[in-house]
Design a protein around this ligand. Structure first.
Ligand code: 5GP
Ligand code: MN
Length: 339
């Protein structure tokens, strides 16, 4: 089977890499397994090519991903703004991974936007903004990690993908597809996974680190979400979960603890839309999931300042949580009718 990435654009990016003196790789803020996995995989590959390169996260990454990287492999912009800023300013090539708008990388995005360095985007979200010199964007890909595998392969580096790089890539593929359950029907993905297995990934270890690594309080928080925290609107095939700051504090919430929770209600017969509202600082963060051809990203985009994929989207609002939930309930009937 054929490599699915745009070969021509990949080869142009390879030229940029060859000419670059210093490279920065940026995942989106609130990074998930795909954002971290793709950034680390590309960084390790470029290091093997002898390049000066750093991966810098706009903000903290979840605890369950810390095993993926070494102590000083991943910088966090928010934790060390001064040093990260000067490194970014000295860099001449920037990779924008797993996002397609500077709005998704916070204050770091503002810095990158002004920066004259050459920019390469590798991403699988809809509607990429015109912010890079090379935009490799493909919504048919299950994950940015799949794209990074294809990218390295396309530029002749497949034999450089070692076990560590392969585990990063595998992490993004499984975290963005719910363990290869959704958005993963192209056979090429399984060829890639097969190749990653050949490269020696410890599949059982990766699954254990990602899925069987809950703190007791995280598991209890999940229990709360599915019990007291969940409201079913059967008429609209929708489940809503809400989490106040107080609830999160009571369950000793850590960044990333609610990752994946929004998917659970979709296992209920007749529920095809799931939404989680979560109070965070002075905003309410909202995650949306849907099944089939329900374009939940439209709801995120039109009413909650967000966007995303057809079946997985996010947004935020500065309104109170009750107001935000009220808004969803108000918009839901028309949205549902339009399906
Ligand atoms: P999550 O619910 O896991 O935070 O996000 C799911 C997907 O929604 C992400 O992969 C991303 O595509 C999209 N997403 C989340 N938050 C935002 C946002 O604020 N703006 C946009 N455009 N997309 C978002
Ligand atoms: Mn992704």
């Amino acid at each position: 089977m054929q490599n699915r990435i745009n070969i021509e654009l990949s080869l142009s990016a390879k030229e940029y890499i060859q000419n670059a003196k210093q490279i920065v790789i940026v995942p989106h803020a609130g990074p998930d397994g795909d954002a971290i996995g793709s950034s680390l995989a590309l960084m390790r590959y470029l290091k093997k090519q002898g390049k000066q390169v750093k991966a810098i996260c706009p903000n903290a990454y979840p605890e369950f991903l810390t095993w993926l990287h070494g102590e000083d492999e991943l910088d966090v912009f928010e934790n060390n703004e001064e040093a990260c800023t000067s490194y970014i300013k000295e860099s001449d090539l920037i990779f924008i991974l797993d996002h397609n708008s500077f709005k998704r990388s916070g204050d770091m995005g503002k810095l990158l936007e002004k920066h004259s360095a050459t920019k390469v985007m590798i991403d699988h979200h809809p509607m990429p903004e015109d912010i890079a010199d090379i935009t490799i964007s493909d919504t048919a890909m299950c994950s940015t990690c799949e794209m990074i595998y294809e990218f390295i392969d396309a530029i002749g580096g497949n034999n450089q993908i070692d076990k560590d790089i392969a585990e990063c890539i595998y992490t993004g593929i499984i975290t963005d597809t719910g363990g290869l359950s959704y958005n993963s029907s192209n056979e090429r993905i399984y060829q890639i996974v097969g190749d990653l297995m050949e490269k020696g990934i410890d599949k059982a270890k990766v699954h254990d680190k990602i899925y069987d690594n809950y703190s007791a309080s995280r598991m209890k928080l999940l229990g709360y979400c599915l019990n007291e925290g969940m409201e079913l609107l059967a008429e609209y095939e929708t489940a809503i979960i809400h989490l106040t700051k107080e609830t999160l504090a009571a369950f000793e919430y850590q960044d990333g603890d609610t990752e994946g929770f929004v998917n659970y209600p979709l296992s209920i017969k007749g529920i095809n839309i799931s939404v989680i509202f979560m109070e965070k600082d002075d905003t309410v963060k909202i995650s949306f999931r849907s099944k089939g051809d329900i374009p939940i990203n439209q709801m995120a985009r039109d009413f909650f300042n967000g966007g995303g994929h057809i079946n997985a989207a996010g947004g935020r609002t500065f309104e109170s949580m009750p107001k935000a939930i009220e808004k969803l309930k108000k918009e839901l009937p028309a949205f549902y009718k339009s399906l």
